[in-house]
Design a protein around this ligand. Structure first.
Ligand code: SAH
Length: 416
């Protein structure tokens, strides 16, 4: 246990700050439309000039080239997202009360969704989907993991953690790092680790659809667990009965335990290239009494090839790879990689087998992904019937004004 606080590397904004603008950002002509439509990201390329001298993290107003007020947001000249917008009514302050109110609404939604089991886990704040661009908060039983992806939020971390504490009374809050390189792009450095209260070094146990999982809050991937796949694991389990299942890219074995125990699969082979992940997957299988699970540490591409060559066949193959496309430019390469693993998976399926195939690359649209799968059907000579096209669990809402927030695809299909 530790209660150590990290060093401060961003200057906090006072809880008493007025939340009113110190400058006005004026857009170029014909660039205002997305922001009247409440898109929250103002790129530098859309900006004509700044009237005033805002410091990174301070509140600014956004105006059209003709001087019309559009929105209020937070300035960061270091980021490509120069302004993140939070407020679309001129009288609304962007102050501590606003952040508290947004967090309160986010917590209320999870309650409505039935995700308030004190032993459970849920995403409490989903960035733009909860009107809080740059903030992700996950609850694991009595603990919170906070991920900050914008300087404006980093400067308001105490305001945010005070609200979380008042609303949820966590035993501890940890800070988790943003995705690779993102902190540098925002010009911020927030140390990871304990932030408030006490968080155990050992796994925290949470309940999901009647199963138990150990979560490594301090060192695990993402904030510790793939909460976005919660309902997709159950959807896969519904079709797993009596089948031999391959859970490729298993991480801590969420799909594995669900298919083995809830789904009554005949056996599950779980594979991940990370030894840390497979240790967690083994422990979670054992925790749930899943006796028919084999866990292996191997590279997915190699292992899929080997399994095929060895004549192994499965009744269900689950593919949940990491993000293949990190940018628009990487899209073609990513689609080729998706094609390759999905082709290998289809080749491993017996006739009538079930493919559960996911993509968490926001750059790959649902249509791109389905077209990729149609290519796999064509090349493999197999018929693929899509049973379900699913997304992230409902505690991961995305804003209709910021479709970039929709990232997870999970296609469940029958392969004849
Ligand atoms: N299905 C999991 C989440 C998977 S995340 C769940 O429900 O919890 C993607 C996983 O792919 C990570 O655990 C990562 O370690 C693993 N991975 C990345 N590259 C890999 C590779 N080449 N071969 C096998 N696993 C890989």
């Amino acid at each position: 246990m530790s209660t150590q606080k990290p060093d401060r590397t961003v200057e906090p904004i006072s809880v008493h700050s007025t939340g009113m603008p110190v400058a006005t950002v004026v857009l170029k002509a014909k660039k205002a439309r997305p922001f009247f439509g409440k898109h929250p990201w103002v790129l530098d390329s859309a900006i004509e000039r700044v009237d005033g001298e805002p410091v990174d993290g301070e509140v600014v107003d956004l105006a059209s080239s003709t001087g019309n007020w559009i929105a209020r947001g937070i300035w960061n000249k270091t980021s490509r997202l120069r302004v993140r917008l939070y407020v679309f009514q001129p009288e609304q302050r962007l102050d501590a009360a606003l952040f508290c109110a947004r967090i309160e609404q986010a917590v209320a939604l999870r309650k409505q969704l039935g995700l308030d089991d004190p032993e459970g886990a849920a995403r409490i704040v989903s960035s733009e989907g909860d009107g809080l661009s740059g903030l992700v908060v996950d609850r694991y039983a009595g603990y919170l993991a906070v991920q900050v992806t914008s300087l404006g939020i980093a400067r308001r971390l105490d305001i945010i953690c005070d609200s979380l504490q008042n609303l949820l009374h966590p035993q501890g809050i940890v800070l988790r790092g943003a995705e690779r390189g993102l902190a540098a792009l925002e010009g911020m450095h927030l140390p990871e680790g304990h932030y408030r209260g006490r968080v155990p070094e050992s796994p925290i146990f949470v309940r999901e659809h009647g199963l138990r999982y150990g979560v490594d809050l301090l060192e695990g991937q993402k904030t510790g667990f793939y909460l976005d796949q919660r309902d997709n694991r159950q959807a896969a389990a519904r079709l797993a009965r009596g089948r031999r299942v391959l859970d490729m890219f298993c991480y801590s074995g969420g799909f594995t335990a669900a298919c083995s125990v809830s789904g009554k699969a005949s056996s599950v082979l779980a594979v991940d290239s990370s030894a840390r992940a497979t240790t967690l997957a083994r422990a979670n299988a054992d925790l749930n009494g899943a006796s028919n699970v084999t866990v292996e540490t191997s590279d997915a591409f190699d292992r899929l090839d080997q399994l095929f060559a060895a004549g192994e066949r499965f009744g269900m193959v689950i593919l949940d790879p990491p993000k293949f496309a990190r940018s628009r430019a990487a899209l073609e390469d990513a689609l080729r990689a998706y094609h390759r693993i999905n082709r290998l998976a289809v080749d491993l399926l017996e006739p009538g087998g079930i493919l559960v195939t996911c993509s968490c690359s926001g750059q790959v649209s649902r249509d791109d992904f389905l077209v990729m799968l149609s290519g796999v059907a064509q090349r493999s000579g197999r018929s693929i019937s899509v049973i379900e096209v699913r997304g992230a669990a409902p505690d991961h809402p995305f804003s209709i004004s910021c479709l970039e927030g929709e990232y997870l695809k999970c296609v469940i299909a029958r392969v004849v």
